[in-house]
Design a protein around this ligand. Sequence first.
Ligand code: ADP
Length: 274
Amino acid sequence: AWSEDEVALVEAVVERCWAHIERVRSTEALVDADRRKSEFLATLAHELRNPLAPIRNGLELLRMGSAKPELQANVRAMMERQVGHMVHLINDLLDIARVSSGKVVLKREPLDVQAVVASAVETSMPLIEAGGHTLEVDLPQEPLSVEGDAVRLSQVLGNLLANAAKYTPQGGRIAVSARREGMEAVIAVSDTGIGIAAESLPEVFEMFTQVSRSIDRARGGLGIGLALVRHLVQLHGGSVGAASAGINAGSTFTVRLPLGGDRTEKPPAAHAPA
Ligand code: ADP
């Protein structure tokens, strides 16, 4: 048997080992976060500079004034697209900064999931069509109510649909569906695209993460869309998950939101509790 002193000694050693492991772990996490941040800054610079070259060339062409009206119109449309892309990136950046510092306040109201899906589909349609994809929408007949911020939830689904279009080779199939499961509304966006390797699945919602970098760089993006999606869904008291059978096997993103916002029974609150 061990003496009390020996037991105390062993305990002290074990405790110091744990403390050491914890320190190493948190240092590793910091180094990892730091690396992702550096990569992100490089990506950001790249993403913001990319649209500038075609815009500059377009301006030069318009300045010369000799191009045919048809070409001028094309150049203008191209410049608008590029500017739109930059505005989108910057809005995502501002959003993620606001969301992660707790500054996003949801405008909660009772919502029909069907209407939210329809609005997200409408905004994503140009991207889906540009990819030559087909879109299947499967919504329940009976109303599916949640309490949430219509703009933010439509942003969540819009991001998932945009990713589905972006990470699916030309001419794929994208499907969005909603159903009731117990006390939850379950909304799924699936595609027949490049898929996600099993080991990368847990990472896709991390900020600044692009899991298949070589492909992702060609497709652009900052790796913040899904981080934003997760933040916004969590603010609604819900959760989001990703599934894929692997590379080139397509992906499915599933958003779960608590049912609520029954319009018929709740009297309007005269004074919202603080
Ligand atoms: P971004 O698209 O700007 O790179 P996101 O945060 O939206 O950033 O996505 C993070 C990463 O998750 C992407 O870079 C990509 O590797 C992966 N991903 C997201 N959606 C899909 C999808 N539908 N199919 C395959 N991979 C995806």
